[in-house]
Design a binder for this molecule. Structure first.
Ligand code: FAD
Length: 315
């Protein structure tokens, strides 16, 4: 176990996980095992993804409701502006607030693959969605008397595929901050220096909001390759080679967890205020990474102990 030298007990690091709505009853069952395991680590929040077209809206809302009603977890609802009119989006935001959601990750979503143009009046950028959320919040200020909604946004350690360059991405992040974003979570990245580079570019440009590194457990060759293709972020060739050469699942897990811990540690050294883990609805590798990271979180070890105890009692 490595204790990070820059961190002390008095500087706790935020912890969060990403989940996606299950696509079948079997997937839901296994997701709930994962949720219960992750809950024992007492994360600050769990984020729930949203299909760009709004296709999984019902399952996303159902998952968020269950998280609110049946767990101690605080959901951060992803919301994309592609595929819904501003009126529909305002209604969705209102519904989320009514169910008790107080955090939204405002995203544009990926453009439709068929290249269909946006419907007239559609919101074009995540920035427009942030402004809409803030307007809905304003209208509901009586309901939200305990404080404002936390609005998160996406940030990119490597160039967004549609962006001309990384400097433009930082300008966009600054624009999202000015429109009311409170924090950012990064896209996946695979090289240790990429988070630090983003932070130094962003801070120079005047971005002051917390930028939380999004880290995926690098334990599956198929998943790393696929994510690289989907996001346009190039995985490290040496990691791919090592995962491909591993002769057992255990070996792959060890290599992947090591590489993920190195990425997360590099981000913490660059001042990351938290770690957001892309779980892919699985807990094993996420928890392995956490165990090795030993983040300074007061009650985390107690949570893990109780998870271990529960497993022992169940066996
Ligand atoms: P934007 O910030 O709007 O940027 C989109 C493009 O437009 C960029 O190229 C940017 O440079 C450009 N741009 C933005 N604003 C301006 C402006 N004012 N002027 C000129 N150019 C501009 N997708 C989903 O469908 N569902 C999810 O749940 C989801 N969750 C995600 C979570 C995280 C943490 C991250 C990093 C990504 C997530 N995505 C999700 C993917 C995301 O939707 C895509 O990366 C999408 O292509 C861009 O979304 P964005 O919010 O960054 O968009």
């Amino acid at each position: 176990i490595e204790t990070h030298p820059n961190l002390t007990e008095t500087a706790p690091v935020a912890l969060s996980y990403e989940l996606f709505p299950p696509r079948s009853p079997a997937a839901a069952e296994s997701l709930w095992t994962t949720i219960r395991e992750l809950e024992t680590t007492e994360p600050d929040y769990v984020s729930v993804t949203y299909g760009a077209s709004g296709s999984n809206r019902d399952t996303a809302v159902e998952l968020i409701n269950r998280l609110l009603l049946e767990t101690t977890l605080r959901p951060l609802a992803h919301l994309t502006c592609v595929g819904n009119t501003p009126e529909e989006l305002a209604e969705i935001i209102g519904d989320l607030l009514d169910t008790g959601v107080r955090g939204i990750l405002a995203l544009r979503g990926d453009q439709p693959k068929d290249g269909a143009p946006l419907a007239a009046g559609s919101l074009r950028y995540a920035q427009d969605l942030i402004e809409l959320i803030r307007r809905v919040e304003q209208r509901r200020s009586a309901l939200l008397c305990a404080g404002k909604i936390a609005v998160g946004v996406a940030a990119y350690p490597t160039r967004h595929p549609e962006s001309p360059n990384e400097a433009h991405d930082v300008e966009v992040l600054l624009a999202k901050q000015r429109s009311g974003a409170d924090f950012a979570i990064t896209q996946v990245f695979f090289h240790t220096e990429q988070y630090a580079n983003l932070i130094s570019r962003a801070r120079r440009a005047g971005v002051t909001i917390p930028i939380i590194p999004g880290v995926m457990p690098l334990t599956s060759l198929r998943r790393v390759t696929r994510l690289g293709e989907l996001t346009g972020v190039e995985p490290a060739p040496e990691l791919l080679a090592r995962l491909a050469a591993a002769d057992s699942d255990g070996e792959r897990l060890r290599i992947g967890v090591r590489a993920t811990v190195d990425l997360a540690n590099a981000a913490l050294e660059a001042g990351a205020p938290g770690i957001h883990i892309y779980t892919f609805n699985e807990h094993q590798s996420a928890l392995e990474v956490l165990d090795k990271l030993a983040l300074p979180r007061q009650s985390r070890s107690a949570g893990r102990r109780s998870a271990t105890l529960r497993r022992q009692l169940a066996s």
